[in-house]
Design a protein around this ligand. Structure first.
Ligand SMILES: [Zn+2]
Length: 599
């Protein structure tokens, strides 16, 4: 914290390195004025209650009225959170965020009758609506709603479930409070001999240390701590998985997995295909661990020898101007239209660049239909900051294209595709930097970074996905998730994904207990499919084939107008086949060879 005191205030930063949010509202008074209109917009939407069955024109009107309301609440929320993130210590700005979020919750409660009312319409009426010219634009929304009909229960049952949802969520809430608030880790010495309390946030710094004992001590301290709570943590995870199994069962899904994939209309075969294709490609991962072992002059590596960079990050500081130049050059293969739009990010000031006092940490891309797709950074001039810039601009350009091409109603793309454009940009940057640098250390850093990205995102997340599937199946077969069972299954799976060049410390069998994503219901596989897709798309873009580039730009414009698998297919990636995953992991394998050769 003492270091932060020397940072400037947001208002003291050079204007060209701050985002321009005054174009959303010129001041808080303007925000208040628009925020005050929400009550009337909400009343207009509520007035449709009980009228959705009247006529196709009425329903179309209801959709438009709800969209109008949502646009305004999103815009007020966006401004409030961007303003507050500039300096999180300003409580009057924080209060705007709280008011906007409370209004959001309010609105979704007040309009919760909408879908059930549509689903309760007689089938003949619904079919008429699907064919009605007035509703042609909303055809996809209507079919999406209809798809949920077999899984929707009676009014009474839905009401009960709604009331019980808070109780059903308590395992995950308990885990989150325990893990984030109550759990404390020991004090560990870093490589400079400084004693630091181990935290979730700094654990990765210890794991990236070049001193093996520092890594080992942190690893042991972390897992010995978790191990002391193994029964509590197996109980919270068991409770959560039972909740998934319970709601899948009562909603007529054959399994928790099918229930979780239903929202995106993704068949279970896609999930299974990911796991089996990664299995086939495990030898490349084993080879990578062999390269690590050799580079570290170890016979075998341990679980705490996986994250430390094999070459120290190039110390050369990258200026903001240099970072922007690299990213712009790297993205040139995306064509003139993309580059011209990308220029707006700088000219119109979408990006808040510098660290400053009280600024929200990390990086993100955020905005809504009626604002720029803003980017928050805490740029300090490391190479990884340059990758972050490319990544976040990938999100922002995806949002920009979708919003420009689509009506508000279909402009938001889904989580399933959300990381594709951002990682595609990272891969293009990697390719550019590798082709334009002869410095050995710089190249090694890039190759190592690339390997770790594929290892962490495709292999590791697929291992998690496989574990999730396994524990859900256990629960569906009435097998209780005890701490012993979870540790044993996790350890075996971890062995399967690490091969003979890794001799894992037994403590890794507790890793399941600290992964919050296991409470998110089959979420992590999307990271693995996303990077596999990005790898194929970046190769397509670099091929120079105009048709392939157009297909990619089509993906950026697609928003939520089609099912995610069709969006990806039209972009050039068929995730129902092993091909994209195979190809991504061949690319990984080739990079490992290159790294081994250059080391
Ligand atoms: Zn991202």
């Amino acid at each position: 914290m003492s270091e932060k005191k020397t940072l400037p205030l947001h208002s003291e930063l050079p204007v060209d390195k701050t985002w321009d949010i005054a174009v959303i509202y010129k001041d808080i008074a303007a925000w208040e004025a628009e925020f005050a209109t929400i009550g009337e917009l909400l009343d207009n939407a509520i007035a449709f209650k009980g009228r959705l069955g009247e006529s196709a024109a009425t329903l179309a009107d209801a959709f438009r009225t709800c969209d109008k309301l949502n646009r305004v609440i999103e815009k007020t929320y966006t401004y409030a959170h961007l303003l507050s993130d500039e300096d999180t210590s300003i409580s009057s700005h924080r209060a705007l965020v709280d008011r906007a979020s409370a209004r959001y919750a309010d609105i979704s409660g007040e309009l919760s009758w909408f879908e059930p009312e549509l689903l309760a319409l007689p089938d003949t009426r619904f079919q008429e609506y699907l064919a009605a010219p007035e509703l042609q634009f909303y055809h996809r929304t209507l079919t999406e709603i209809a798809r949920s009909k077999p899984h929707t229960l009676s009014d009474k049952e839905e009401r009960l479930l709604g009331l019980a949802s808070d109780v059903l969520g308590s395992s995950s809430k308990t885990f989150s409070l325990f893990n984030n608030a109550d759990l404390k880790f020991p004090v560990i010495a870093n490589e400079k001999g400084e004693e630091l309390e181990l935290t979730h946030g700094n654990y990765i710094n210890f794991m990236e240390s070049h001193v093996r004992d520092v890594r080992k001590n942190a690893f042991c301290a972390l897992y010995d701590t978790y191990s002391r709570f193994r029964n509590t943590l197996s109980s919270t995870l068991f409770g959560e998985i039972k909740t998934h199994a319970f709601s899948a069962k009562i909603r007529n899904y054959p399994s928790s997995l099918e229930a979780a994939l239903h929202g995106d209309n993704v068949p279970v075969a896609v999930y299974d295909n990911l796991i089996s294709t990664v299995h086939h490609n495990l030898p490349a991962l084993f080879k990578y661990f062999g390269v690590r072992a050799k580079a570290m002059k170890l016979e075998k590596i341990d679980m705490y020898d996986v994250y430390n960079p094999l070459v120290p990050e190039c110390r050369t500081e990258v200026t903001w101007e240099q970072a922007c130049k690299w990213v712009r050059e790297a993205l040139k293969p995306l064509g003139d239209d993309y580059c011209a739009k990308l220029d707006n990010a700088f000219k119109q000031r979408w990006i808040d660049v510098m660290e400053c006092r009280g600024k929200r940490s990390g990086a993100y891309s955020s905005g809504c239909y009626d604002t720029f797709p803003y980017v928050l950074l805490n740029f300090t001039g490391t190479l990884s900051d340059v990758f972050t810039l490319a990544h976040e601009l990938g999100h922002s350009m995806h949002s920009f294209y979708s919003r420009e091409a689509q009506d508000y109603h279909y402009a938001d793309y889904r989580i399933f595709v959300a990381e594709v454009a951002s990682t595609t940009n990272e891969l293009l940057l990697h390719n550019y930097l590798l082709n334009h640098n002869k410095d050995k250390n710089f190249r090694l850093y890039l190759l190592n970074h690339h390997c770790d990205q594929f290892r962490g995102t495709i292999y590791r997340q697929t291992m998690f996905a496989e574990f999730e599937k396994l524990i859900h199946e256990k629960v569906e077969n009435d097998i209780p998730l005890t701490a012993d069972l979870l540790c044993e299954e996790y350890y075996n799976l971890n062995r399967k994904y690490h091969g003979d060049n890794v001799e894992p410390d037994q403590r890794i069998n507790m890793e399941w207990s600290r992964i919050p994503h296991f409470y998110y219901d089959f979420y992590v596989y999307k990271y693995a499919t996303g990077l596999s897709a990005a790898a194929e798309l970046s190769r397509n873009i670099l091929s120079g084939d105009q048709a392939k580039l157009n297909a990619y730009l089509g993906f950026l414009k697609a928003g939520d107008t089609k099912d995610v698998l069709n969006i990806m297919k039209d972009a050039g990636v068929d995730l129902s086949t092993p091909k994209p995953i195979d190809a991504a992991l061949s690319e990984f394998s080739a990079t490992v060879d290159q790294l081994a050769a250059e080391l």
